[in-house]
Write a protein that binds this ligand. Structure first.
Ligand code: DC
Length: 204
């Protein structure tokens, strides 16, 4: 399949976007871009004292290899730099080119179906209740050796939701033509199966 075929997967933090995106990319043999990593890389450079707009404008591939990008501190910082229109603008062309690359692509983030690639052939909005998302994130952080607790993680999830949904530029929301997938009551395999079925239907 050489013509562009873009799958846009948006949703709030810890709803299962990343897991679903990786599984879908593997299933359909498509390239995958976790766009949150771009904002995390800018956020990490801001935590090291850089000015976020110039960090976004000079981002290089090596920034995405930083092992600290998955920490809760960097996640909050990413959500803060993501409010700045010039930061979003600096990351736009790279994401758009990736979305329309030959062979097709899966992008996950907050604004893929609404701003980055409104012409995406399939749009999924993956969501779950804040409590379920906090529980999943807590399990993940605990497994990776971070010491934290449910209330702290829930507060973090809600703070990020609030900032991501209420910013003026490219706020988190489902595109009008997105299929909403609520994973609150679903296991990983069930959620992936629904996503694969939705995408298969759009490809035929
Ligand atoms: O998906 P994530 O948790 O890695 O994203 C980290 C932050 O980056 C998120 O809270 C908001 C921002 N982000 C964004 O504004 N737009 C995107 N397409 C992806 C992430």
């Amino acid at each position: 399949m050489m013509s562009p075929f873009t799958i846009a997967i948006d949703g709030p933090a810890a709803a299962g976007k990343g897991t679903i995106s990786k599984a879908v990319a593997a299933h359909f043999d498509l390239a995958h871009l976790d766009t949150g990593l771009l904002y995390r890389a800018v956020g990490a450079r801001m935590l090291m004292g850089e000015e976020p707009i110039s960090a976004a404008q000079t981002l290089v591939a090596a920034d995405l290899e930083n092992p600290d990008l998955r920490t809760a501190e960097v996640a909050q910082s990413a959500s803060k730099v993501a409010v700045i229109p010039e930061v979003r603008a600096a990351l736009l062309d790279f994401q758009r080119a990736f979305a329309r690359r030959a062979g097709g692509a899966v992008l996950d983030g907050r604004d893929i179906g609404t701003v980055i690639c409104p012409q995406a052939e399939v749009k999924l909005f993956v969501t779950a209740s804040p409590e379920v998302r906090a529980q999943r994130r807590l399990a993940e952080l605990t497994e990776r050796g971070f010491e934290t607790d449910f209330d702290t993680v829930l507060a973090d999830v809600k703070a990020r939701d609030d900032r991501d949904m209420n910013r003026a530029d490219a706020p988190l929301r489902p595109a009008d033509d997105a299929v909403v997938l609520d994973t609150s009551e679903l296991g990983i395999e069930e959620a992936v199966a629904i996503a694969v079925k939705t995408i298969s239907a759009a490809r035929d």
